[in-house]
Design a binder for this molecule. Structure first.
Ligand code: 3PG
Length: 307
């Protein structure tokens, strides 16, 4: 009997876990659940005899891969797979996949939740600002970026996007204004919503030089990754311009300093929660489970990311 491990330090909603278990029950697989673990050693132990693994932001390091003697496939139930050591997977012939698009709406809605919360002064009863007629720049026009664009249009915002990997015609076709350079996007838009992945090219790529060019009230909204921010540069511009704001679902290392110095200009969630909705968990979790069955039964590697 094939064995599957669902390892989620940050658990899926119960309905998603039930759905995943049903998919595997139908396939005749055995499922083990490892939730809320705090010691990576627990994951090392739990992967020892599994054929398939479902994770979220859980770190699948070379050690995890080494400990997983029978592992054939790992699926990151979500978009970003910077938490998976792809080289280690490839070296052992393990297929790594993600489930693109499945949790994107949840992330986009959170971006607006943080924007409204901040624009309305944390709902403290004082007079705030509206989003209508403001310019929003979408930095990377992928699955989440597209949802952000649609919601922004509903708010009556002017929507711009920069993405060197998406054709201008496609952006234009969505009634979003394509922008040629990152610099132009930041110079133009009061709001920037970040959707770039964390990789060697993007790490620490957003900092002082870009943020200093933002219009008055410049607000950076980060539902992407902590690593793409140059925190020194962020602190520098926060100190230099008292109109700049940073709203993030990924608490920076300098979180305490920022909260202390810049209350009212920063918003941080308690825990990364962009994809923390029942709907997103069901979409991404079920997609992951079905992808595993399709791969193990039919060799379907449609969503493989380590080719
Ligand atoms: C993703 O890459 O899919 C999102 O960042 C969500 O991550 P999470 O599953 O850890 O909430």
């Amino acid at each position: 009997m094939k064995k599957i491990l669902i390892a989620t330090e940050k658990p899926f909603a119960p309905a998603a876990v039930d759905g995943i278990k049903n998919v595997f029950a139908e396939a005749g697989y055995e499922v083990t659940l490892l939730e809320k673990y705090t010691d990576p050693a627990d994951l090392l132990k739990a992967v020892a005899d599994v054929d398939g693994l479902i994770i979220r932001s859980d770190k699948v390091t070379a050690d995890v891969i080494k400990a997983a003697a029978k592992l054939k496939i790992v699926v990151r139930a979500g978009a970003g797979y910077d938490n998976v050591d792809l080289e280690a997977c490839t070296a052992k012939g393990i297929v790594a996949m993600n489930t693109p698009g499945q949790n994107s709406n949840a992330v986009a809605e959170l971006a607006f939740g943080m924007m409204l919360y901040n624009a309305r002064n944390a709902f403290n009863g004082t007079s705030g600002n509206e989003l209508r007629d403001k310019k929003i720049g979408i930095h990377a026009y992928g699955n989440v970026g597209k949802f952000v664009a649609n919601i922004a249009k509903g708010f009556g915002m002017h929507v711009y996007a920069h993405d060197p990997f998406v054709k201008k015609e496609e952006i234009d076709g969505d009634e979003v204004i394509p922008v040629d350079t990152v610099e132009e996007l930041y110079e133009t838009c009061q709001y920037i919503s970040l959707h770039i992945p964390a990789n060697e090219k993007t790490k620490k790529s957003i900092g002082y030089d870009l943020l200093k060019t933002m219009p008055k009230g410049g607000t950076l909204v980060n539902t992407a990754r902590k690593e793409v921010i140059d925190e020194e540069g962020l602190l520098e511009i926060m100190a230099e311009r008292d109109d700049i704001k940073y709203l993030s679902d990924l608490a920076p290392d300098c979180k305490d300093e920022m909260l202390e110095k810049y209350a009212g200009r920063v918003v941080f969630t308690a825990k990364k929660m962009g994809a923390q909705t029942s709907e997103a968990n069901i979409n991404a979790g079920l997609a992951a489970a079905k992808q595993i069955v399709k791969f193990l039964e039919e060799g379907d590697n449609t969503f493989q990311v380590n080719r």
